[in-house]
Design a protein around this ligand. Sequence first.
Ligand SMILES: [Zn+2]
Length: 185
Amino acid sequence: MAARETVRQRPLTGEPVAVDLLNTRWVAGTEHHDLLDSLDGLAQWLDESGLAPRFEAGPTALDHLLSTRSALARLLEDPRDPEAAADLNAVLAHGSVRRRLDRGAPASTVEFDAPSWGPAWTAAADFLDLRERPDRIRGCANPGCVLHFFDTSKNGTRRWCSMSGCGNRAKAARHHARERAGRTA
Ligand SMILES: [Zn+2]
């Protein structure tokens, strides 16, 4: 693979691929970032999401991913949004799972209408899996943060995209509020 000129540092990676697709957009200070604004960014995302060995970055794959990301974002706002569901289902219609028995073990392969559907289909299918626990897909509790996460904590108490990012900022803000309250008391 050719070396890319710049790798853009995302504040949060490592979430399941559907959530990780949403997290290609983030806000730093007042600046909005979108990793999927270029083919280089797409190649980086395929690397970071673990899809790179299977799928290639191309303009068609990027188009499919952007419409999938938009559908996912709308479905998190309203899980019953019929247009967003139709958009997601249209993506899912471009792949099908073939199951078989392989030397005594269950195996499956996914077949796509075209390879360019691979990344979008994989993210859409992952979203269906995550929807088994719908309350665990959440947005960061910082209103200024647009990141999402899939809460795998035992009690489902995760609030922040990351403790080192928004979690720390909230802690510092509470600390300052207490200090101010102490001074005026
Ligand atoms: Zn956050």
